[in-house]
Each structure stands twice: as structure tokens, then as C-alpha cells.
Design a binder for this molecule. Structure first.
Ligand code: DGL
Length: 275
């Protein structure tokens, strides 16, 4: 493993802007860390792409961050975490933390009935990434999974408490309600934006797990444990790179991060894909 400095930034990548919900958690957890974020907005969504395409994109995203001298890579995208985490951890000489293991561990920590629900994109659900991890840690657990693809555009449209969102959420979540789960993993970058509506539908007895929050705590522990936490007293900077400036970019950033970006730049896809 290479040698890293505590002053180096934390690298984060996602298929698009959704991963800013994870950056928000990282900022809350470690306000003095600098963050370099890459959002692959030219190729989003990843959630309905094949595994080989997601692995290829994740490889390019991680390579981009490596060039920025990051000390750790956080795979904010649940889809990329589901499909590519083993590939990335085997092929990159840098610590890499995804969303699945932290989210699964947190869910097992809080679930009493061991009946856990997972919602995510088609790729995350079809690969059973969370259920495999949950069962690897605890064989007794019962996992109920449901793909909720329409939650992504609803969150990006800011339709947080809109009747249409409620209707769609009721339709998606009905079978998880019937399954009498007590814990629900929000297994997609966008879902924390809709947490209130999801929580209302699932009812008080169901606790929601924000994988981004769980992962931020794991990143902090990891860095602490290796003497890699930044010890500066000043607030860190969020530097944001995207492969395309999509429609409503600034509005979505504000909604997902809760503030404006300190810095952002567009990079060309050719730069990203050149070997
Ligand atoms: N970032 C993706 C995830 O967390 C959602 C958007 C997409 O499909 O690319 O799974």
C-alpha cells in the first residue's frame, strides 16, 4: 500500500450528483477534511446498466481521483458499490470504502426482529449486494429487497412531499410493509432526500438506515485508526468535478448538499477514459 498524508483530500465518486448526500454526511462527520468529488453526470444513471459497464466506469472514476492525490476513495454510488467494490479493492493500491458493508452493519446493529428491508436501483437489488452482505454477517437475518427506480428522478425534481411521490412510494413499499420489517436500508444516493415520505409510509416502528451516514462514520474510524485524519482547524473545501453540467445542476446541488459548492469544474470524457 502506498504512503498517504493526513492533509490529502478524501476522494468520493458517484454516477452523478446524488453522491452529494454522502458528501453532506462526510462534511458533518469530518468538517475539516478536504473532499474531491467526481460525479459522472455524462454517463448517469449507472443503476440500469450492465455489471461490466458499471465496473468499467467505476475503474475510470477511481483512476481520476487517484490523480488528485486522494488518501482514500469513498464509492458514494450504491450501484457502483454493489457491482464494483471487489474489483476496485483488488485492483487499486488505496483504501476504498463503499456503501454496502457500512449500511448492512448499521442495519444489523439496530434491527431487533432481524427482518430488514433494502431499497435501491435495479442493479443494486438484482445483484443482491446488501442481502449477501447481511447474510454473510448474520445467517439468521431475513432480507426483503425492492428496486425503486422512480425515486431517483423524483428526488432530482425536488418532489419531496408531492402526492405523486407518496403514491409511487406506497406502491413500491407496500410489499415491504407486508413483510413486517423493522429496519429499512436506503440503498441509493438519492433516497435520503425522500426519507421523510418513506418514513411516513413505513411507519414509526421501521428505522431507516442512511448508508452514506454509516459509511462516513466508517471512513472517520478508518482514517483515525491509521493516523490519516486531517488535524487542521479550518473548514475543509469541497472540490467538485463532473463529466457534464446537467440541467438544473445548481438546484440539485443545493438540495442534495444543503449548500453551494466551493468549487466546480467540468472534465472531458476523453480525459476520463484515456488509459
Ligand atoms: N447513484 C446511484 C446509486 O446510488 C443512483 C443513480 C444511478 O442510477 O446512477 O445507486
Amino acid at each position: 500500500m502506498q504512503f498517504f498524508n493526513r492533509e490529502n483530500p478524501i476522494g468520493v465518486f458517484d454516477s452523478g450528483i446524488g453522491g452529494l448526500t454522502v458528501v453532506k454526511r462526510l462534511n458533518q462527520c469530518m468538517p475539516n477534511e478536504n473532499i474531491i468529488y467526481f460525479g459522472d453526470t455524462a454517463r448517469v444513471p449507472y443503476g440500469n446498466k450492465s455489471n461490466s459497464t458499471v465496473i468499467e466506469y467505476a475503474d475510470e472514476d477511481a483512476r481520476f481521483l487517484l490523480k488528485k492525490n486522494v488518501k482514500i476513495i469513498v464509492v458514494a454510488c450504491n450501484t457502483a458499490s454493489s457491482v464494483a467494490i471487489n474489483y476496485l479493492q483488488e485492483n487499486f493500491d488505496i483504501p476504498i470504502i463503499g456503501m454496502i458493508e457500512p449500511g448492512a452493519k448499521k442495519a444489523l446493529e439496530i434491527s431487533k426482529s432481524k427482518r430488514i428491508g433494502v431499497i435501491g436501483t435495479y442493479a443494486t437489488i438484482n445483484n443482491h449486494a446488501y442481502s449477501k452482505k447481511l447474510l454473510e454477517i448474520d445467517k439468521e437475518v431475513k432480507v426483503f429487497e425492492k428496486a425503486c427506480p422512480l425515486f431517483v428522478p423524483l428526488a432530482e425534481e425536488g418532489l419531496i412531499k408531492h402526492p405523486a411521490t407518496k403514491l409511487i412510494a406506497e406502491e413500491y413499499l407496500n410489499e415491504l410493509k407486508q413483510a413486517e420489517i423493522d429496519t429499512l436500508i436506503l440503498g441509493c444516493t438519492h433516497y435520503p432526500i425522500l426519507a421523510e415520505t418513506i418514513g411516513e409510509i413505513m411507519g414509526e416502528r421501521v428505522q431507516l438506515v442512511d448508508s452514506g451516514q454509516a459509511a462516513s462514520q466508517d471512513v472517520e474510524k478508518y482514517l483515525e485508526g491509521r493516523g490519516l485524519r486531517n488535524i487542521s482547524n479550518s473548514i475543509g473545501q469541497n472540490k467538485f468535478y463532473v463529466s457534464d453540467i446537467q440541467t438544473k445542476f445548481e438546484e440539485i446541488v443545493k438540495l442534495f448538499l444543503g449548500k453551494e459548492l466551493d468549487y466546480f469544474a467540468k472534465i472531458e470524457l476523453e480525459e476520463l477514459t484515456k488509459k
